[in-house]
Design a protein around this ligand. Sequence first.
Ligand code: FEO
Length: 166
Amino acid sequence: MQISETMNAAFNDQITMELQAAHNYLSMGAWLESAGFSGMARWMHAQSAEETEHAMKFYQFVLDRGGRVLLGPLDAPPSEFDGVVDVFETGLAQERGVSAAINNLYGLAVSEQDFASVPLLDWFVTEQIEEEATFSQILDDLALAEGGPHGMLFLDRELGSRIAAE
Ligand code: FEO
């Protein structure tokens, strides 16, 4: 079923948002690497790659339904952080923003009776629950680890190895 102009435009906005997330996570990875947290940096690089995959899911979906992919401009990513906690809090805030955007997109699909989009959006609703939970868990772990260097070192290694194992 050919995608409507309204849905096409909304999906294009979402593609840009996912690419912005990829851009932001790459910048966070660079900051973490420079600050000496190479495991967390690796984790962020993998997170960035996952966001590019998200963008490509929407990208391919628009094309498969006969729409046009028009990419929007990206903003400069955040590059200065007060510390590791600030990095992951910024990530969690970003994920909450993405969840809200997916929610709006779902609402639009229903009001436009564009039910062909529902399976894809269902996947993203579930994915966003996982994304927010992951960032929240890391922030909880950081709160426990912040007391001393050993905790931070352990967490850095753990996050780095989790990605390596995937
Ligand atoms: Fe694609 Fe993490 O939202």
